[in-house]
Design a protein around this ligand. Structure first.
Ligand code: NAP
Ligand code: ZN
Ligand code: ZN
Length: 346
């Protein structure tokens, strides 16, 4: 066991504050990691403020972790001390259900041990995330990170990157495909970069007119302000829409933007269920779908794809003590385009 400095929320209404937690000693299959950077995902805000229900406190959020291996267990074969590694949203799953066997651990039918606000496979030991100095994770849930990319920009790939890469791949974004990205935030800006690198035509659908130049610089080919009448002109246009908005918005106008057999994939997780009309779906055989992060092998594939294409997140690096202000700014859509905590400041 070792004492680790961290930042935790003590209650849904309490600001995050310094906290000490105990990390287990590295077991035979474990990797001990000194955390260098941790991205700030909107899911951290949802959970720290218990917007989805079921949160447990104290909670140390953070699931976009990059760091350096400090120690490995005796059975560990994939990593050694000094390696740069990443940890995303999961630290374990059952490993035996059909989905785990197929490398789709994010859809484990038994129990996902999320990186924080969750429990290990014993269903008792609480997990704590990356707003902390170190973490111990089973080697099968640790990713290899390239030393050729700026590390702070790599951290958000572990959630925002894989969460957008997986549906873009699954619904075959590529040359000749028209892809819409709703919301230019942490997930949205990664969807733009990754979708453009895959060769798709990318349109950003945003509530913020001021983000147009950024959207184009990130690789978007088109930009539409969703509060404009211009949205109507986009009807029946898209093959695929990746919707990253985590607030309660009306999905129906977006569904009408899909062409025949088009799919809108929800990755944003609004706390209350939206009302979806069936007529827009039936009219053009449209589909409304969801997608949850990505499996471990696919996450490694995404990291390798990003290394090959020189893709990282656009980040604002912050000290740990800035986290509460960062949350407020995220709620105002005022972030370009991901806050990343420098853990050396803890
Ligand atoms: P974020 O950085 O805050 O970005 C969300 C963006 O949505 C904003 O920048 C804004 O973009 C747009 N937006 C915000 N409020 C809006 C509103 N009321 N109406 C219309 N657009 C609005 O958040 P994020 O970290 O990308 O996360 C987005 C969502 O994905 C969250 O709900 C998060 O929990 C969820 N998530 C899901 C998964 C998964 O596996 N499915 C993984 C990670 C995160 P514009 O200014 O361009 O409009
Ligand atoms: Zn996340
Ligand atoms: Zn499983």
């Amino acid at each position: 066991m070792s004492q680790t400095n961290a930042y935790a929320a003590q209650a849904p209404t309490a600001p995050l504050a310094p906290f000490q937690l105990e990390r287990r000693a590295a077991g035979p299959h474990d990797v001990q990691i000194q955390i260098l950077y941790c991205g700030v995902c909107h899911s951290d805000v949802h959970q720290a403020r218990d917007e989805w229900g079921g949160s447990t406190f104290p909670m140390v959020p953070g699931h976009e972790i990059v760091g350096r291996v400090t120690e490995v267990g005796r059975e560990v074969g994939k990593f050694q001390a000094g390696d740069l590694v990443g940890v995303g949203c999961m630290v374990d799953t059952c490993r035996t259900c059909p989905n785990c066997q197929d490398g789709l651990e994010q859809y484990c039918e038994t129990h996902i041990s999320f990186t924080y606000n969750s429990t290990l496979q014993d269903r008792q030991t609480r997990t704590h995330g990356g707003y902390s100095q170190q973490i111990v994770v089973d080697e099968n849930y640790v990713l290899r990170v390239s030393d050729r990319l700026p590390l702070a920009g790599v951290a958000p790939l572990l959630c925002a990157g894989i969460t957008t890469y997986s549906p873009l791949k699954h619904w075959q974004a590529g040359p000749g495909k028209r892809v819409g990205v709703v919301g230019l935030g942490g997930l949205g800006h990664m969807a733009v970069k990754l979708g453009a690198a895959m060769g798709a035509e990318i349109t950003v659908l945003s509530t913020s007119p001021a983000k147009e130049a950024d959207a184009r610089a990130l690789g978007a080919h088109r930009f539409v302000v969703t509060r404009d009448a211009a949205l109507k002109q986009e009807r029946n246009y898209f093959d695929l829409i990746i919707n990253t908005v985590g607030s309660n918005i009306d999905l129906n106008p977006y569904l009408t933007l899909l062409r025949l057999d088009g799919t809108m994939v929800m990755v944003g997780l609004p706390p209350t269920p939206p009302q979806v009309g069936i007529f827009p779906l039936v009219g053009q055989r449209r589909r409304l779908a969801g997608s949850h992060i990505g499996g471990i092998a696919e996450t490694q594939e995404m990291l390798d794809f990003c290394a090959e294409h020189g893709i990282v997140s656009d980040v604002e690096v912050i000290p740990m003590s800035y986290i509460n202000e960062a949350y407020e700014r995220m709620l105002r859509s005022d972030v370009k385009y991901r806050f990343v905590i420098d853990l050396a400041t803890l």
